[in-house]
Design a protein. Structure first.
Length: 46
């Protein structure tokens, strides 16, 4: 169901992990997919 699909495009790796942690702790989603682990660049490296 695409109406329930949540897409996030964080700027840096720490932000992505904060979003994932929030979603996991809130039980808001059943599945989290990271489609580019290589894009999880730390803020310090930007």
């Amino acid at each position: 169901n695409l109406e329930e699909l949540l897409v996030s495009q964080p700027t840096f790796g720490e932000e992505a992990l904060q979003i994932a942690e929030m979603l996991i702790k809130s039980n808001a989603v059943d599945l989290i997919v990271v489609d580019s682990v290589a894009a999880l660049v730390p803020k310090a490296e930007l």
